[in-house]
Design a protein around this ligand. Structure first.
Ligand code: G3H
Ligand code: 13P
Ligand code: ZN
Length: 309
């Protein structure tokens, strides 16, 4: 089973009213936890790599680990660049075997975003690689870019049709109130489903992507805080809202912070309960198991893609 693009996955997800999980990967244990869960659920999967992950773990190491996961699971896996910010970065990932890249031109003007996205699309399509673009700006932190709430902006549905047509992009990330990181909503969580509905009307059947979709599971925040951590309690995106989005035209749901919280919580708890242990395998094993359980829960209860590989 080779690396695949997300084209078929999104088509089936749109028709079936479910979404594919796009999980960020940074090391072997994270890749193993996610892919073991997907294998047991027979779920389609997108593994995404940020510029920071590439810097941390090295492109070749990550590709070889993902290749190993494909051999072990026999699953179709799409390997995707998360938040590519330049043509050169996208090109390097395309040349290095990724089957999908995101060009995030959301910080630029509409015209500049179109120009940059089209440049990436032209290069990628020539090599059989698909491209995700972004319109609208999410709040939160990705790599070194920190977008404050006041600089965030909902997607304007009036722009989506023109953006998709002029760029030829294969999927579109939109901003409807989610944000990156573990601190999403000050008050009650609220997503602008009216914007999603409008977008859906303008580009029917077109795959939409939701970034910043971690639920910030309280169990893990509490586990971190009761074992020496200090994370302010904050509300993530409720699971029922994600299910609703998945039943609409959202085909790809991005999850990173929940993985980070699950891993850190489990390691903190393990080391607090076993202060004399220092073999990394001892604390990384339960961390990997926690990631696997978390991803299984997402596949079954949030994404609805169990059995759809
Ligand atoms: O949206 C950003 C992802 O959570 C990746 O985060 O850039 O720190 O690897 P990172
Ligand atoms: P979270 O921070 O909500 O997990 O979002 C991840 C993401 O959007 C990666 O692109
Ligand atoms: Zn994102």
């Amino acid at each position: 089973m080779p690396f695949v693009t997300s084209t078929e996955m999104f088509k089936k997800a749109n028709e079936g009213g479910y979404a594919i999980g796009a999980f960020n990967v940074n090391n072997m244990e994270i890749i193993q936890g996610i892919t073991e869960a997907a294998k047991e659920e027979n779920a389609p999967l997108i593994l995404q790599v940020s510029a920071g992950a590439r810097k941390y773990a090295n492109h070749t190491y990550l590709m070889k680990l993902i290749e190993a996961a494909i051999i072990e699971t026999a699953l179709p896996i799409c390997v995707h660049l998360d938040h590519g910010d330049t043509f050169e970065l996208c090109k390097s990932c395309i040349d290095g075997g990724f089957t999908s890249v995101m060009i995030d031109g959301s910080h630029y003007s509409f015209e500049e975003n179109i120009k940059l996205t089209k440049q990436v699309v032209d290069y990628a399509h020539d090599k059989g690689v698909v491209v995700e673009g972004e319109l609208g700006r999410l709040a939160g932190i990705e790599d070194e870019v920190n977008v404050s709430n006041k600089d965030s902006a909902f997607t304007d549905p009036d722009q989506v049709e023109e953006f998709v047509k002029r760029t030829g992009v294969d999927s579109l990330a939109i901003a409807i109130g989610t944000s990156h990181g573990a601190f999403k909503f000050k008050g009650e969580p609220n997503l602008r489903f009216d914007i999603l509905e409008e977008v859906q009307k303008r580009i029917p059947g077109y795959p939409i992507v939701l970034h910043g979709a971690s639920s910030v599971i309280p169990e893990f925040v509490d586990m971190i805080n009761t074992h020496g951590g200090n994370i302010p309690g904050a509300k993530g995106v409720p699971e029922d809202m994600l299910r609703k989005a998945a039943s609409m035209s959202v085909c790809k749901i991005n999850i990173d912070s929940d993985l980070r919280l699950a891993m850190t919580a489990t390691i903190r708890k393990y080391l607090a309960e076993n202060p004399s242990h220092f073999d990394p395998r001892q604390y990384l094993s339960p961390a990997r198991a926690a990631i696997k359980q978390l991803v299984k829960n997402k596949i079954v209860n949030v994404l609805g893609c169990s059995g759809k590989a």
